[in-house]
Design a protein around this ligand. Structure first.
Ligand code: SRM
Ligand code: SF4
Length: 568
């Protein structure tokens, strides 16, 4: 049998000398705003994506100019916890080197857009000076580890955050390339030949994502992750975690072999086993994940191809012990809890709605300036949520009124007019920066919600929480397949509409309308809202209602995702 043909990215990783490639030469090349092709793959491991402004792409082409290249930088922030000093540093970078906005992501990280090549090194250095970094924010490695954004709620939350931090450190690549290229560090390669004890020379077959969660709030969307830790609390003590594996959202239109999949429970582990279990799972995926086809390379396919029992056996063999029997757990929702909350020590925390994660000064709502001012006044933390929001955290009781006054002065407090639909919405970035976007998302969802809000108001549902998420392509960056209303870009102005997902992110939606434009989306949802208002059972969620009414089929596993909307 001939050897399998590995993907091009595998060749690039193998030849990269642990992620160095020719990045230094690319950065020094004054003739282009771009970096060499192979380096565009390697830069991702350093948290950097080459992009071009898609709004002006064809005009530049017409003028025979090279595309308007710039870079997106993603800063990795485990659990989304940052000091206000760090926020001020990010704010300075946004103003000086990026497009004067900060983008909060669906994984509790921060992105800068529009950084040109000559400003890359200065920006990365500034991020590192603030004690944050960008290494492994992207690439075929474990990404930003998520943790519940409300660690102040209990001792349990604090313990979970510390496990997330420890795991994040353990799974961070050990190559000296990052330091060398971006921070002008000493070349450590020759001193340390075996630099990647967990990943090896070719890293993982594909990206890998991890989240911790504390029930009942599934605010990190644990089932969308390759690896999840669901905290189990008994008699007020954190006794361990149910370990979930094999979640992932990405798929491609028209390719049924690709599908979103929810993570499933593999077993139970104690807090002391968290790191060892992760290492056993990551190295199993490293060794068995498909390196011949990037569309089939995520852990979800390794598990579906070989079976969960095989996977458990391999993990336990590497662990040299058995996983425990899973314990019961239950979730109630996957959204954020807004406004002021007080913790057990008396400190206050304000969860601020940030529409689609974009921190910018827009008309009277001066979010960027307001948060800068608050970060100057307030000595605590900002915490980023997986729903693209921000928590002004650890506010002493005697400072609460000052912060509230600033929120009001800058026009950024949670608006009383914001409906529950809007407060439970998310959109991915898409145009103009994302190279993969097929339709608008961040720039469009707010106006679509205006129209949907009118429908909901007519049937008296404005105060009811329904989750809605939009993405500009089927990759699923805003986790649309686990929103009760999921809209996934198909072409300019058209979207696939998915319905029937669980309010707690625990059931996939099912295709209801293919390639629908705005009017078709409105026409499809209008009668369903009316029916829901009139016929729902007590506290029945919209997604559950849709399934009970058999509007769409209940999707019980990712591999059934593409079976038609209703039973034949
Ligand atoms: Fe994502 C690729 C933005 C969370 C699945 N994602 C991209 C890129 C880098 C486009 C590219 O490859 O050229 C997007 C950059 C857009 C831009 O201009 O900024 C991008 N993804 C984002 C962010 C910023 C969306 C947001 O609006 O917040 C999120 C950054 C998270 C972070 O801080 O690390 C983001 N991406 C996600 C999530 C959600 C999650 O992780 O919980 C998913 C679905 C979960 C999953 O991974 O299965 C996700 N992104 C993808 C995929 C599909 C992966 C797959 O298995 O098929 C791609 C494309 C790829 O990898 O080939 C992608
Ligand atoms: Fe880009 Fe698609 Fe991700 Fe949206 S879902 S940011 S369009 S890759």
């Amino acid at each position: 049998m001939s050897d399998p043909v590995l993907t091009d990215v595998e060749r690039i990783k193998a030849n990269s000398r642990h992620l160095r490639g020719t990045l230094t030469a690319s950065l020094d090349d004054p003739l282009t705003g771009a970096i060499a092709d192979d380096d565009t793959q390697l830069s991702k491991f350093h948290g950097i994506y080459q992009q071009d402004d898609r709004d002006i792409r064809s005009e530049r082409k017409r003028q025979r100019l090279e595309p308007a290249y710039s870079f997106m930088i993603r800063a990795r922030i485990p659990g989304g916890v940052m000091t206000t000093g760090q926020w001020r540093a990010m704010d300075r970078i946004a103003l000086k080197h990026a497009n004067s906005t900060i983008r909060l992501t669906t994984r509790q990280a921060i992105q800068f857009h529009g950084v040109i090549k000559k400003n890359l090194k200065t920006s990365i250095a500034a991020i590192n000076q603030s004690m944050l970094d960008t290494l492994a924010a992207c690439g075929d490695v474990n990404r930003n580890v998520m943790a519940p954004p409300l660690p102040f709620l209990s001792e349990i939350h604090r313990a979970v955050q510390s496990h997330a931090d420890a795991l994040s450190t353990h799974l961070t690549p050990k190559t000296g390339a990052y330091h060398e290229i971006w921070l002008d560090g000493e070349k450590v390669e020759s001193l340390q030949p075996d630099v990647e004890p967990i990943y090896g020379d070719t890293y993982l077959p594909r990206k890998f994502k991890t989240a911790f969660v504390v029930p009942p709030q599934n605010d990190t969307d644990v089932f969308a992750q390759d690896l999840g830790y669901v905290a189990i609390v008994e008699s007020g003590q954190l006794v361990g975690y149910n370990v979930t594996v094999g979640g992932g959202m990405g798929m491609s239109h028209g390719e049924p072999a690709t599908y979103p999949r929810l993570g499933e429970v593999l077993g139970f582990c104690t807090p002391e086993q968290v790191t060892a279990v992760a290492e056993a799972i990551v190295t199993t995926q490293r060794d068995f994940g498909d390196r011949t086809n990037r569309k089939h390379a995520r852990l979800k396919y390794t598990i579906d191809d070989r079976g969960i029992d095989w996977f458990r056996g391999e993990v336990e063999r590497r662990l040299d012990s058995r996983l425990g029997v899973p314990r019961p757990h239950a979730f109630v929702g996957n959204g954020d809890v807004y406004g002021w909350q007080q913790d057990d020590s008396g400190a206050w925390h304000y969860t601020l709605f940030v529409q689609n994660g974009r921190v910018a000064d827009i008309a009277d709502r001066r979010l960027l300036s307001g948060l800068r001012r608050i970060a100057t006044t307030h000595d605590g933390e900002f915490r980023l949520t997986p729903n693209q929001n921000l928590i002004i955290s650890n506010v002493p009781a005697d400072k609460k009124d000052t912060i509230a006054a600033l929120l009001s002065e800058y026009g950024i407090e949670n608006s009383e007019q914001a409906t529950q639909l809007r407060l439970n919405s998310m959109a991915c970035v898409a145009f103009p920066t994302c190279a993969l976007a097929m339709a608008e998302s961040e720039r469009y969802l707010p106006s679509l919600i205006d129209r949907l809000d009118e429908l909901l108001a007519k049937v008296g549902l404005s105060g009811d929480a329904i989750t809605i998420r939009m993405t500009g392509c089927p990759n699923g960056c805003a986790r649309p397949y686990i929103a009760e209303i999921g809209l996934v870009g198909k072409g300019p102005g058209t979207y696939n509409l998915y319905l029937g997902a669980g309010f707690a992110g625990d059931r996939l939606g099912c295709l209801y309308r293919d390639n629908a434009d705005e009017n078709e989306i409105i026409a499809a949802l209008s009668p369903l809202f009316a029916a829901y208002a009139g016929q729902r059972r007590d506290s029945e969620r919209f997604g559950d209602f849709i399934i009970r009414q058999r509007v769409v089929r209940e999707i019980t596993a990712g591999r059934f995702f593409h079976e038609g909307p209703v039973d034949a």
